[in-house]
Write a protein that binds this ligand. Structure first.
Ligand code: ARG
Length: 401
């Protein structure tokens, strides 16, 4: 029986050419798998037909948009997941869900190998292959760009020579990856890190310099997850989409960073994640009133470690799972409403309320009704500073000897 290979298919030039390229290099039949993670753009049926037109023996489309929002974006929100404090893990969280569907398709179609379109320089090859090793340890991996010398020039020549139903002339100097959680743009002119991004690279966000009138939004959460916007019930996917639209119109969530890749390279990337950044901001502010101080401080460290693991392709690792058990426990009381104003590139919280809040007006107030006994502060400070005071006395004694 002819060997079968499942290919992660985007519909773009590289993976379209990869279908025939893999076929010629290995003699295997190629099954194209496109996964909908809310990336928008062309219809998945158009993409499916293109795969067949490029020689795939089967083309399979998986609608994973709700699954992605519920099981990948929501854990990222609960963790306030920002790699290096900036990047909301847009591409990093999409790879594991794509892997899940690739492995499922490999089983269904009797494939022995999974292929992806990544280069040998990035994080995504690691995320795909570590995921495949974990979910389908018997499956092999192949990356035509990395392993079968499929360069851009060769891809264009191949597509033209074979008359593949794909455009080869459209000049896009950027490498783009997008899904409902955000959009990542790199390469070309952006590789000079002094160059400011030009307007043409943005798609999810409008220019914040000329914003429309301020947009006030109320987001309601239950146990760390958005459940309503302005009082209208939403699913996680609807919440992200609605905020992509409203925060995007105000230019919220543009990020320009040089980040540390797992493979040791520093690389510049432009992100747009209006919905994700608005949600993370709101969620963090709700945590500020509902999570106890020590738990909150520790959670920030846990969230950072969680983000590093996810960035580094360890979605299926036991440590990540254990950290999630902690994060989940912290979310029990993260319920309530956050009101914020979206305007001119910023999402600014200006009101919060929660039935499970730890904010005690009578403890906090400087007005009448104060229940805080200030006389106890003096003794507390004495003991709090004791240890450092004793050490300081020792330092002075030793220095004087
Ligand atoms: N740097 C991001 C990450 O490693 C995004 C990678 C994909 N970016 C792209 N423009 N194709 O998660």
């Amino acid at each position: 029986m002819t060997e079968r290979i499942v290919l992660a298919y985007s519909g773009g030039l590289d993976t379209s050419v990869a279908i025939g390229w893999i076929g010629e290099a290995t003699g295997a039949e190629v099954i194209a798998v496109a996964v909908d993670v809310g990336q928008g753009g062309e219809s998945l049926e158009t993409i499916r037909q293109r795969a067949l037109g490029c020689g795939a023996v089967e083309a399979y489309v998986a609608d994973a948009s709700d699954e992605f929002a519920n099981e990948y974006c929501m854990p990222t929100l609960k963790a306030n997941g920002l790699y290096q404090g900036h990047y909301p893990l847009v591409s990093a969280i999409s790879r594991p869900v794509i892997v899940k569907h690739l492995v499922k398709a490999a089983r269904e179609f009797g494939a022995t190998t999974v292929a992806h379109g990544c280069t040998g320089k990035g994080n995504d090859q690691v995320r795909f292959e570590v995921g495949i090793q974990t979910l389908g340890p018997d499956l092999k991996c192949i990356a035509p760009v990395r392993d079968l010398a499929l360069t851009r020039d060769k891809a264009i020549a191949f597509a033209e020579e074979k008359g593949l139903p794909i455009e080869t002339t459209k000049k896009n100097p950027y490498s783009i990856d997008q899904n409902v959680w955000g959009r990542a743009v790199e390469t070309g002119y952006l590789e000079d890190i002094w160059n400011a991004p030009t307007k043409d690279i943005y798609d999810y966000t409008a220019t914040p310099e000329f914003p429309p009138a301020p947009d006030e939004v109320t987001i309601s959460f239950e146990a760390g997850v958005p459940v309503a916007i302005d009082g209208v019930k939403v699913t996680p996917l609807q919440a992200i989409k609605e905020l992509n639209r409203r925060a995007g119109a105000q230019g919220v969530g543009r990020i320009d960073v040089v980040e540390d890749r797992l493979v040791g390279i520093k690389s510049r990337e432009i992100y747009e994640a209006p919905g994700a950044m608005a949600l993370i901001t709101a969620h963090k502010h709700l945590e500020d009133i509902t999570v106890e101080r020590e738990q909150a401080r520790f959670k920030a460290t846990v969230g950072q470690r969680w983000s590093e693991l996810v960035y580094d392709g360890q979605w299926f690792s036991p440590l990540k799972r254990s950290l999630e058990a902690f994060i989940e426990d912290t979310q029990k009381y993260v319920s309530g409403d956050i009101r914020m104003t979206l305007h001119g590139g910023q999402a600014i919280v200006n009101g919060r309320r929660s039935d499970t809040s730890l904010y005690d007006f009578n403890l906090a107030t400087y007005d009448t009704g104060d229940t805080f006994d200030q006389s106890q502060a003096k003794g507390f400070i004495e003991l709090w500073g004791m240890s450092a005071k004793v050490a300081s006395g020792r330092d002075i004694r030793v220095a004087g000897q």
